[in-house]
Ligand binder design. Structure first.
Ligand code: HAM
Length: 453
């Protein structure tokens, strides 16, 4: 997907095409949609199994939802948001992530009055003005899970298990390894003491930092710990470590979480420099990193955010969640040559000759489809040669033909395209005959269930 986008853009510009997609966004073409559909099915199935219910928040929110929720000094808020004014001059932003909007909805709909924790999941597009590169888009899809209203390390462990379980279902779990850390709480004895020592440690060393980190030293010193630039990394290794500052409660919480992960058989790496790029986290933070390339292509990240609901105007409410990038997962599935069930293959092509035959085919096609037989025709083409050429492109196993003779005799020809033989069947028996030829297993008889009045 991503590899070819730059090439396509160049090619289109060379060809002088006026309309190309904006940089950093991509079309999800039918072959890739098969992966998206499969991933969504897996996510929905695992969500149902664990009692999560689906939520969709708007594609845009008031800018403050994200600026306050994610933190004004984060890269996302300071550099990556798509912010615009509506016609009344109100500042709106396309959602760069799903947690802040979900929390806004939790508060606005009084979900604290429901049985706690409230367990929600989403599968949505998100928008970040990121520097486009492999696996990094300006519009990308995430599935995410949020557990709001209860605090226990067992919940964090269960959620991490769910994240891993989904990647196992998708066949890519082996490529990733869980990185985990605790960044403590806002209690005076915990993170604030660490931040003071961290700032003191960097005081006078600003010239050894990269340009980004020089700014971060003032605004968001925690992010100094996960810079990928060599000099910054060396300094971070020499500096204070959060685990030495955790208060009693945070230390015990983290210890139990690691114990529960062992109980669930989840392999992890304790990573003291994992801090995440969003300000709302407390205690647990985690990411699933590519075993070869590390943090750059994390497919999934999350953690606990016990202060966010209160920060956004709700009652003090603990919460934990994660989100995973669907494009990155698809890329990995393709890289591993993982194939997904292909449901778009067609069963029958219906060809017709003459106006009366076209009428017969029109109803026949609806009946075939109702019976679960995936059917196409070329009703807009009159010549039989053009129709068969069209049929060839779809590689259908059967073709049904109705011409002037068949209309007169009330029959249809069913041709087996592989064997090359054909049968004349009474028009009224075509659907039954096709069902027999295909076999019940191959019919597409999906039903969403019936509406109730
Ligand atoms: P995040 O780490 O910013 O966390 O994003 C989660 C995942 O979304 C990443 O691991 C990555 O796979 C994917 N992703 C992020 N940015 C891009 C991009 N520009 N292009 C393609 N994929 C991307 C969050 O968004 C938090 N809301 C997760 C969370 C939920 N924490 C608690 N609850």
């Amino acid at each position: 997907m991503a590899d070819t986008q730059a090439d396509n853009e160049k090619e289109e510009i060379l060809r002088g095409n006026a309309f190309t997609r904006p940089k950093g966004v991509h079309d999800i073409l039918p072959d890739t949609h098969e992966y998206f559909t499969f991933i969504k099915k897996v996510v929905r199935h695992r969500a149902r199994q664990s009692g999560f219910r689906r939520i969709s928040t708007p594609i845009f929110e008031f800018t403050d939802v994200f600026a306050r929720g994610i933190g004004a000094d984060t890269d996302i808020v300071s550099k990556e948001m798509y912010t615009f004014q509506d016609r009344k001059g109100r500042s709106l932003t396309l959602k760069p992530e799903g947690t802040a909007g979900t929390v806004r909805a939790y508060i606005q709909h009084n979900m604290q009055t429901l049985a706690q924790p409230v367990e929600l999941y989403y599968i949505e597009p998100h928008f970040r003005y990121d520097r486009p590169q492999k696996g990094r888009f300006r519009q990308f899809w995430q599935y995410g899970f949020e557990v709001i209203g209860e605090s226990d390390p067992a919940l964090d462990a269960q959620l991490i298990y769910l994240a891993q379980n989904i990647t196992e279902d998708l066949g890519v779990a082996g490529l990733f390894k869980l990185q985990i850390n605790s960044i403590g709480c806002m209690d005076k004895e915990c993170r604030p003491r660490f931040m003071t020592d961290l700032k003191n440690f960097y005081f006078g060393k600003e010239r050894s930092l990269c340009a980004d980190c020089t700014g971060r030293a003032q605004t968001n010193p925690l992010r100094l710990l996960d810079c990928k630039v060599e000099d910054c990394r060396i300094l971070a290794q020499l500096g204070p470590k959060m685990k030495d500052y955790l208060c009693e409660e945070c230390r015990e919480f983290h210890k139990q979480l690691l114990d529960f992960l062992k109980e669930l058989g989840i392999e992890y790496v304790e990573n003291p420099s994992l801090v995440r790029g969003l300000d709302y986290y407390t205690k647990t933070v985690f990411e699933f990193w590519d075993r070869e390339t590390g943090a750059q292509n994390a497919i999934c990240g999350g953690g606990r955010y016990d202060g966010l609901i209160e920060l956004m105007g709700g009652p003090p409410t603990p919460a934990v969640g994660f989100a995973a990038g669907i494009e990155r997962i698809v890329d990995n599935m393709k890289r591993e040559h993982i194939r997904v069930p292909k449901k778009d293959d067609l069963h029958v092509f219906v060809g017709q000759l003459g106006y009366e035959a076209k009428k017969k085919c029109l109803t026949l096609m609806t009946k075939l489809r109702e019976a679960g037989i995936k059917t196409i025709g070329a009703l807009g083409k009159d010549s039989i040669k053009a129709q068969l050429r069209h049929a060839d492109r779809f590689q259908v196993p059967y073709t049904i033909l109705i011409g002037i003779t068949e209309v007169r005799d009330k029959t249809a020809i069913i041709r087996d395209m592989k064997r090359g033989n054909q049968n004349i069947v009474p028009y009224g028996k075509v659907v039954e005959e096709m069902k027999k030829l295909l076999g019940a297993d191959r019919l597409d008889t999906y039903s969403p269930g019936e509406v109730l009045y």
